[in-house]
Structures are given as structure tokens and as C-alpha cells.
Design a protein around this ligand. Structure first.
Ligand code: HEM
Length: 408
């Protein structure tokens, strides 16, 4: 593979479904061209940043590197076209708005806030492991188990009823799986817009209900938030819900499914968790590093600047490649080895800086609860077919993970 071929991975959704191709390509780029200009007829040009140190430095410098107008890579004309972003959420914002809106929910995502959900999460973890047991020894761990579990957690956080689960599942998968033909309604812009409108209508009803009858959940906190002395607008509140519902769902599902795939393919790693249950903490973080479910976010330069000796002009955009940064040989010993005891584990799968993922504590708690429940109950477990990964430019992981098991 040469550098030009390697650089195609960022614009080709199929590359994210082929872990070997992706990691071979990005290892080459980290070595030979760590700040690499990518041009493709369907995308506005950008620079792919593949080293851990550079991803961190750019994420930290939010005075120079901003999220608007291009928070993540997508095909033209949606990408970098503000009119095509009907809902503005945290990831589209910069200071001074960003900290004000982030503050609305920040407390709910701190460890003390998330602890409120600990019992509920443990109950849900048990429910989904029970479901696995009920399936009689074979299931698709992604489709049957972990594509559902994190959504239940999010619904609980927002205070939504469980009956709404099927609609939310469909909407989040369509929105994030839009590059994968198995998941998308179809690829056109109108269909994606329809998905967003469905979300908006659903959340608008919720906002009205929570304003009339406030409850003790994040849904009410957002609906009744005050932004600079005024009640939050309906569009902003809907944008907030959409972000939380989408950001917190497919990401965690991907990490938990890809994590099991890694456990089953890496000799001895499952047994280490059986022998020492306390390894579930580092184990879940390693799953998150390994899968890096969020494939990229972007930043755009506010002024002329230099990244690793490459001069970038104001207005140019960089793509922060989290899965590449998380295999950086300069930071991780044996980066291509899955090690449930890895410590330290300075992965950037949750990003870094002003936009650092709000859901880190929640995602970790969900992962730990599921594996703490699952591992002791399984007697034997193996793959029962070839896993398949999503073709998605933004959030991805397994879309099929057939397994065979016996349970206690
Ligand atoms: C932002 C990853 C789970 C809510 C982000 C960012 C990444 C990320 C990379 C952007 C960070 C940056 O730009 O520096 C992940 C991964 C997850 C996960 C890998 C699971 C393994 C969750 C969960 C929630 C959540 C469970 C909440 C329910 C958010 C929100 C933001 C965000 C609200 C926007 C923060 C901002 O722009 O200020 N996440 N996330 N995430 N995440 Fe997560």
C-alpha cells in the first residue's frame, strides 16, 4: 500500500469495516505523512491527522481550532454547509455558546450524577445477560444484546418510556449508519433529513410535556434550562436530546460488541477476566481504545497555523483520527495487542479538551456492569460465524457478531 492508497481510508466507509486495511493504512500515514492532505471529488479537502500527540494538541487548542462550520467529515454538500445542519448541538458549537450549553447537562454526567443510575444500569445489564441465556446458546451479540442495552440506559437518563425503544433504535441507527446500506433507509439527503424531523417531532412533544410536568430526570433539566436568562429554545432543546440519544447509544454498543470480538480473538484475554474480575475496569477501557467507535471529528483553523511543520491556512480543516491515534506506537506498548490489563491507557477515544465526551463515566459504567454480569455466568463462548463491521464514516463497530455459548 502506498501513501495515496492509505489516505483513501478516511473517505471510504468500507475502510472502517475492514480493520486490517484501516490500521495498516494509518500506521503508514503516522510514519510517513502524519498530517496528510486528502482530496476527493465527493468531499471538501481536509488534512488527516493521525498521531496521538497532534490529535491531543489540536483538541486542546480550542481558541485556534474550532468546531464550526465542519464538526465532522461527511460528503459534500452537507459537509461544511451550515444550512444543512437543521439542529445545532454542542458538537456544532464553539465558545462563547458551547460552555453555556454544555453547563446545562454537565452535572448529570459527572460521577456523582451517573451514580444515580448505577442500580438501574446493573438491572439492565442483568436483563440483557438473561436475554442471552434465554436465546439458548446462540445469538448475534450485537443485534440481539448490545444494540439495545445502551439505548435503555439513555432512555432512563432522559426519563423516556421503554415503549419508545423501537422508534429510537431505528432513528439512531439510520442517522449514524447512513453510509451502510444495511442500516440506512437510503443514502439521499432527503431521507436523512426525514430521520432528523422524526427525532425533532418526538422530542418536541417531550419538551412540552416536561415543561408542563417537570420530573427528576435529564429530559426535564434540558426542557427547563435557562440560557443567558431565557428559557432554552425548542430547537436547541431538541438538538440536545438528539445529541445525547445518538452520541450515547451507537458509540457504546460498538465498543461493547467490538470488545467481545477482541476478547474472543485474543488468546487468554477472556480467561484473565474470569480469573480476576477486577480487570473489568481496565478491560472496558481497552475495549474502547481498541474499537474507537467514533472514527473522527474535525476542527477548522481560525488563523494560519502550523501542525508538525505543515503550514495550514485559516479556514482549512483537520480530521482527528481517533482510531489511528489509539494505535500510536509512540504512546502505546504493543498497540496492536488487545490487553485487558493495559495501564496506563491514554487513549483519545473520548476526544480531548473543551468537547471531551460528556458520557465517559456513563459509558464506562455501562461497559463494566455488562461484563461484570456476563463473564461469571458464561461457561464457554466462541464465535459462531464471521463478524461484520459497519460501513460508516463517523461511528462504527460490528453490525453482526454471531456467538455460541453455554451459560451457568
Ligand atoms: C462527545 C466518544 C459515549 C455524550 C464525544 C466525542 C467523542 C466521543 C470522540 C467528541 C470529543 C471531542 O470533540 O473532543 C464517545 C465514545 C463513547 C461515548 C467512544 C462510548 C464508548 C457517550 C455517552 C454519552 C455521550 C454514553 C451520553 C449519554 C456525548 C456528548 C458529546 C460527546 C453530549 C458532545 C460534547 C461536547 O461537544 O461538548 N463523545 N462517546 N457519549 N459525547 Fe461521547
Amino acid at each position: 500500500m502506498d501513501i495515496a492508497a492509505a489516505a483513501t481510508v478516511f473517505t471510504d466507509p468500507r475502510a472502517y469495516a475492514d480493520n486490517e486495511r484501516f490500521h495498516t493504512a494509518t500506521a503508514l500515514l503516522r510514519r510517513e505523512s502524519p498530517v496528510h492532505r486528502v482530496e476527493h471529488p465527493n468531499f471538501n479537502p481536509f488534512w488527516a491527522v493521525t498521531r496521538h500527540e497532534d490529535v491531543m494538541a489540536i483538541s486542546r487548542a480550542s481558541d485556534i481550532w474550532i468546531n464550526e462550520p465542519r464538526p465532522a467529515l461527511g460528503p459534500k454538500p452537507k459537509d461544511a454547509d451550515r444550512e444543512n445542519i437543521p439542529i445545532r448541538s454542542l458538537v456544532q458549537m464553539d465558545a462563547p455558546d458551547h460552555p453555556v450549553y454544555r453547563h446545562v447537562s454537565a452535572d448529570w454526567f459527572k460521577p456523582a450524577g451517573v451514580r444515580r443510575l448505577r442500580d438501574r444500569i446493573a438491572e439492565l445489564a442483568k436483563r440483557f445477560v438473561d436475554r442471552m441465556a434465554d436465546q439458548g446458546g446462540e445469538c448475534d451479540f450485537f443485534a440481539d444484546i448490545v444494540s439495545h442495552y445502551p439505548l435503555y440506559v439513555i432512555l432512563s437518563l432522559l426519563g423516556l418510556p421503554e415503549e419508545d425503544f423501537p422508534r429510537m433504535l431505528r432513528l439512531t441507527q439510520e442517522l449514524f449508519g447512513a453510509d451502510d446500506e444495511d442500516l440506512a433507509r437510503n443514502q439521499d439527503k432527503q431521507a436523512q433529513m426525514q430521520t432528523l424531523i422524526d427525532f425533532f417531532n418526538y422530542f418536541q412533544a417531550l419538551i412540552q410535556d416536561r415543561r408542563a410536568n417537570p420530573t427528576d430526570d435529564l429530559g426535564s433539566v434540558i426542557a427547563n434550562a435557562t440560557i443567558r436568562d431565557e428559557q432554552i429554545g425548542e430547537l436547541e432543546a431538541a438538538g440536545y436530546y438528539t445529541l445525547i440519544a445518538t452520541a450515547g447509544h451507537d458509540t457504546t454498543s460498538a465498543a461493547l460488541a467490538g470488545g467481545l470480538h477482541a476478547l474472543l480473538e485474543s488468546p487468554g484475554q477472556w480467561q484473565r477476566l474470569v480469573d480476576d474480575p477486577s480487570l473489568v475496569t481496565t478491560g472496558v477501557d481497552e475495549m474502547i481504545r481498541w474499537v474507537s467507535p467514533v472514527k473522527q471529528f474535525m476542527r477548522t483553523a481560525r488563523e494560519d497555523t502550523v501542525v508538525r511543520g505543515v503550514e495550514l491556512a485559516a479556514g482549512e480543516s483537520v480530521l482527528l483520527s481517533y482510531p489511528s491515534a489509539n494505535r500510536d506506537e509512540d504512546v502505546f506498548d504493543n498497540p496492536n495487542t488487545f490487553d485487558v490489563g493495559r495501564s496506563p491507557n491514554r487513549h483519545v477515544a473520548f476526544g480531548f479538551g473543551a468537547h471531551y465526551c460528556l458520557g465517559t463515566h456513563l459509558a464506562r459504567l455501562e461497559g463494566q456492569a455488562l461484563y461484570a454480569e456476563l463473564v461469571p455466568r458464561v461457561r464457554s463462548i466462541e464465535l459462531a460465524g464471521t463478524p461484520e463491521y459497519m460501513e460508516a464514516l463517523f461511528v462504527g463497530g460490528p453490525k453482526r457478531l454471531p456467538i455460541r455459548y453455554t451459560m451457568a
